[in-house]
Design a protein around this ligand. Structure first.
Ligand SMILES: C[S@@+](CC[C@H](N)C(=O)[O-])C[C@H]1O[C@@H](n2cnc3c(N)ncnc32)[C@H](O)[C@@H]1O
Length: 520
């Protein structure tokens, strides 16, 4: 059927180049529609549904690496189910009052802790303040110098309350949220939902007096939040909260994502393409960590998001040739053979040596026990000392693939530790700096396969590598090939920084931000 003009329904000759979704009979109608409405509706994607992913986003035209796919305004932002004391006005972690009272500033109306008087008027606090204040309940949230990281469970009510209040202030948003995926039946069987049933539900219905919301409505809302919220981390602003985003709630997961996201000053979630995305391709994010093996990623996704991932990485026993889950066969002493999952997306599948002449195999529970031992070993290391991580690597090079997840975690931790000690040392060590360069190159080869392009993982490694080059330069020992590599890395970081203002190249490039901006 020929396309019809979106304005006058006459036969249309061309489509909007931005989204390819609307057709026009000519330029005049396209211009008029742009001014009237399309400016706010033109999108590079559409929401579709299939059996495997449920609703998800698909590109309606080719999207270039670094392009902003969307900016998403949150429906609700606030503390996690248990959170360190934070301000209900501005989301920042709280500082105790200076008057020696060992208290936080408390809102004059509802008594919940805030930064100060100005935050009493914050838009996100206003509606809830009268409900919280009217209840007569006062939370006992005090500074805890002995354990400043202690998380308070009283906060579990705040984000659900903010969404419930949308029914009065933004009913269309409230209705949209009710249609989000919850996985309620599965979540109800978990211990956490037992606790929410006995704490959160009576708090909302009896303490806050919101009797109109049934137990099921409150628990479903909690499940919707657990399935769809994103963690918002802004360390420089001391913010670590969760947010519910309408487009974020439609974004599917893939263990090799083609996007990254950041949060701007207004806490909008900005989704950026990390690689070129072809028209018709799924636009996805990663809900998990790249440096986990397939079993651990899939278990984490099952537990947090209630689905079994079967993406390309999960289905590939070699995980794009990285062998992140692989270990060396204990039977094959002469040749180096790997043990890999026979059926990676089957939790009950066996692990087999890849050498056809070897019969070694491991049951899944043996494999999981092996992983747990390695995890415990890593967790027991002194996180301030590179030596323990180097010993871990030396201990396991004979038994694990050099890109095994636990080896990668130790290598990544080392880059962070060596980077920190370089910035605090009066005289950074050349040997440690060269070790950082070596580790970053190795990890970047993994990142190119698992999270290519402008991904968060690759960007962090490029920043570490760039900082190490700058140190070698300041020590006067940077070789010509290293100088060339430094230049290439810096140029790529400057391109990434243009797509994501949270990436600060001047901090690591050994030159001022002004110089960086002048060059680019
Ligand atoms: C943020 S929601 C995404 C939107 C959801 N598909 C919907 O229809 O409402 C997250 C949920 O989507 C589904 N999902 C996302 N990525 C998936 C994937 N790679 N495989 C299977 N299910 C996935 C899971 O049910 C997950 O809990």
């Amino acid at each position: 059927m020929p396309s019809l003009c979106g304005v006058c329904s006459a036969p249309a000759a061309h489509r909007c180049a931005g989204c390819q979704q609307v057709a026009y009979c000519g330029r005049d109608h396209q211009r008029a529609d742009w001014k009237a409405q399309h400016r706010n509706q033109c999108r590079r994607f559409k929401v579709v549904r299939n059996d495997r992913l449920g609703r998800h986003l698909v590109a309606t035209r080719g999207i270039k690496q670094g392009e902003i796919i969307y900016r998403d305004e949150p429906y609700a932002v606030g503390p996690k189910i248990a959170n360190v004391p934070l301000c209900l006005g501005c989301n920042r972690n709280l500082m105790p009052l200076w008057d020696g009272s060992e208290r936080f500033y408390e809102c004059s109306r509802c008594g919940w802790p805030l930064c100060g008087q100005a935050c009493e008027e914050a838009a996100q606090h206003r509606a809830e303040c009268s409900v919280l204040g009217g209840s007569g309940y006062r939370p006992n949230i005090r500074p805890n110098p002995a354990d400043p990281e202690r998380r308070e469970s009283a906060y579990c009510v705040i984000v659900p309350l903010r969404v419930l209040l949308l029914e009065r202030t933004a009913p269309e948003r409230y209705a949209t949220v009710q249609g989000y995926e919850s996985h309620l039946a599965e979540r109800l069987a978990s211990p956490l939902y037992g606790v929410l049933r006995s704490n959160l539900v009576p708090f909302v219905r009896s303490v806050l007096g919101l009797q109109q919301y049934s137990e099921e409505t409150v628990l479903r809302l909690s499940a919707i939040l657990d399935t769809n919220c994103y963690e918002i981390r802004m360390p420089e602003r001391h913010v670590k909260v969760r947010g519910l985003y309408p487009l974020g709630a439609m974004l599917s997961h893939d263990c090799r994502p083609n996007t990254r996201h950041y949060f701007d000053d207004r806490l909008q979630m900005v989704l950026v393409a990390t690689v070129d995305i072809a028209e018709g391709a799924v636009i996805h994010a990663s809900y998990t960590q790249p440096l986990l093996g397939t079993v651990q990623r899939r278990l984490a996704l099952r537990q947090a998001k209630c689905f079994d991932c079967s993406c390309e990485r999960c289905a590939d026993p070699t995980e794009y040739g990285t062998h992140t889950s692989g270990f060396r066969c204990p039977n094959c002493r002469r040749a180096v053979s790997l043990v890999l999952a026979a059926e990676p997306t089957n939790y009950r599948g066996v692990w087999r040596c890849q050498n056809r002449r070897c019969a070694y195999q491991e049951r899944p529970e043996q494999y999981v026990a092996r992983c747990e031992r390695l995890q415990q070993e890593l967790l027991a290391l002194d996180r301030t000392e590179p030596g323990g991580y180097e010993d871990f690597l030396a201990r396991h090079t004979a038994t694990l693939h050099p890109w095994n997840a636990y080896i990668l975690q130790a290598k990544y931790a080392l880059t962070q530790l060596l980077g920190n000690s370089r910035t605090t040392a009066k005289a950074p060590s050349e040997a440690d700096t060269r070790r950082t360069v070596e580790l970053c190159r190795d990890l970047l080869a993994v990142a190119d396969r698992l999270e290519p392009g402008y991904s968060t993982f690759r960007t962090k490694l490029l920043l570490e590598l760039c900082a190490a080059h700058a140190t070698l330069h300041s020590l006067g020992v940077l070789s010509d090939p290293e100088r060339q590599e430094w230049h290439t890395v810096r140029s790529e970081l400057e391109r990434i920084a243009k797509t994501d203002p949270t990436v600060d190249v001047s901090r690591v490039s050994g030159q001022s931000r002004e110089e960086t901006e002048e060059r680019s």
